[in-house]
Design a protein around this ligand. Structure first.
Ligand SMILES: [Zn+2]
Ligand SMILES: [Zn+2]
Length: 174
């Protein structure tokens, strides 16, 4: 004979649980591991946004812009996750007269954007007979290498391991 089971429902999302405690905890507010503030609903990290940034900040190497140029020349600067600047002067110009001037920027790392011929070759051979192969692939590859060297693009992504101080006094005195 079938047995009756008791289920507990989370009042917020209607998920069902066998244990009352789990249903209670399901959508109950969670708190930031570092500062104890209540985390937003459906937040999947264990720390809040400002504490995430603080942890990132603490782990990063900090340097002046001159040190950054010497070690990582020809890179960009990133402020607040998505504002990319080509140099410190652009940051100073951008924030001139603003009330809130950021204290630091992150460095970037370069990503080469190139044509990858391997996947094109694979594609082309997909409809061929079994074990089909192109000849003269070396020639094609050296042509592509040459083409990439001339026409390849460079993208920049935030390098969260490097922090560059923004000379805020230069902005307020500019
Ligand atoms: Zn729930
Ligand atoms: Zn926090």
């Amino acid at each position: 004979m079938a047995l009756k089971v008791e289920l507990f429902k989370c009042p917020k999302c209607n998920n069902h649980f066998y244990e009352e405690e789990k249903a209670d905890k399901c959508c109950a507010p969670k708190h930031c591991e570092d500062c104890g503030k209540e985390l937003p609903y459906k937040w999947y990290r264990t720390v809040c946004e400002p504490c995430t940034e603080r942890r990132k900040f603490e782990k990063a190497r900090k340097m002046t812009y001159d040190e950054y140029l010497t070690e990582f020349g020809n890179n960009m600067l990133v402020v607040g996750g998505d504002n990319y600047f080509s140099d410190m002067d652009s940051i100073i110009d951008h924030y001139y007269g603003e009330e809130e001037i950021p204290q630091y920027a992150y460095g970037t790392e370069k990503i080469d954007i190139k044509i990858n011929i391997d996947s094109a070759i694979e594609n082309a051979l997909e409809n061929a007979y079994e074990d089909a192969e192109f000849s003269n692939l070396n020639k094609l590859q050296s042509f592509i290498d040459e083409w990439n060297a001339e026409n390849g693009l460079t993208a920049y992504a935030e390098n969260s391991k490097i922090i560059i101080w923004i000379p805020r006094e230069e902005i307020s005195n500019a």
